[in-house]
Design a protein around this ligand. Structure first.
Ligand SMILES: C[S@@+](CC[C@H](N)C(=O)[O-])C[C@H]1O[C@@H](n2cnc3c(N)ncnc32)[C@H](O)[C@@H]1O
Length: 265
């Protein structure tokens, strides 16, 4: 955010929007650690804060519940506008189904833009997203074009989600499914399986990674026909292969097309 026209005497806070990666501390980037080190207030959701408790000692921490994203972002912006150095943290990457967009929406909001001199400087610090973590545990399923679809209909109408599933499946994208299941919508993964199954065979390879890079991590390699909703919860990422994806040695691999290049030579 530029400094043009800013009153140099106004309190100038800093807002870091930080991705803390999928779980364990060793998957946080050095840049994310540094932003957390520099911040005097950390704002985040309880579970994610617990995962990184080891680097939060001596920090003022503002923790909110899972569905309180608005409160969390608003609080972070208010603190930064008051001149503090704030890190608002999300698991994975902060710009993938997380906090970055909401922070910018709030900053853009009239309430804050009215006093644009007080706007904090903002930096987004990327993190390893669940799709990177899950893909690494499965082998190399994302070597070709893929679509990422969240099955949560909390903020997106279910009809839109179905339309996207159908489009991605018909175009033979590898499909990454975030938010595949919760208590309120256990049936969504079965519905998604049926839609994808209209375009792909029952033997299509599917990888299921639960709690990637966390203590209770589980990895399952299966196929569309045998994809069970009971193996899936809200800490799970599901990757459905394309028509070329194969299983080898308990790994999931989507060919990039190098073998075709060999033939052409
Ligand atoms: C609200 S989204 C947040 C995504 C996050 N910002 C990211 O970039 O990974 C939450 C969903 O991400 C996926 N997820 C997050 N952490 C995960 C992990 N450690 N292992 C597997 N899936 C995970 C699950 O699908 C979960 O329902």
């Amino acid at each position: 955010m530029g400094n043009n026209g800013r009153d140099a005497s106004a309190p100038k806070g800093v807002l870091y929007i930080v991705g803390t990666g999928p779980g364990a501390l060793d998957h946080i980037t050095p840049a994310a650690r540094e932003a957390i080190r520099k911040a005097d207030v950390i704002v985040g959701y309880g579970t994610y804060l617990d995962l990184i408790a080891g680097i939060l000692k001596d920090k003022e921490v503002v923790s909110t519940g899972m569905t309180q994203e608005r409160d969390r972002c608003r609080k972070a912006v208010e603190l930064a506008v008051s001149g503090r150095t704030v890190a608002v943290v999300s698991g994975g990457d902060p710009g993938v189904y997380a906090m970055a967009g909401l922070v910018f929406e709030i900053l853009r909001n009239a309430e804050f833009s009215a006093s644009s001199d007080a706007l904090p400087s903002v930096e987004v610090i990327p993190g390893i997203s669940a799709l990177n973590a899950a893909a690494s545990r499965l082998g190399a399923p994302l070597m070709h074009d893929f679509a990422c679809i969240s099955l949560s209909d909390r903020l997106t109408p279910w009809e839109v989600i179905e339309k996207r599933l159908d489009a991605a499946a018909s175009a033979d994208f590898v499909i990454v499914l975030y938010n595949p299941r919760s208590k309120g919508r256990a049936g969504h993964i079965n519905r998604a399986r049926a839609i994808i199954g209209k375009h792909r065979g029952p033997g299509t390879i599917v990888g299921i990674v639960r709690g990637a890079m966390r203590e209770q991590e589980t990895v399952i390699l299966t196929d569309l026909e045998n994809l069970k909703d009971t193996d899936i919860d809200m800490q799970t990422t599901v990757i459905v292969g394309n028509s070329k994806t194969f299983a080898w040695n308990n790994l999931m691999v989507t060919p990039r097309g190098y073998e075709l290049q060999e033939v052409k030579k």
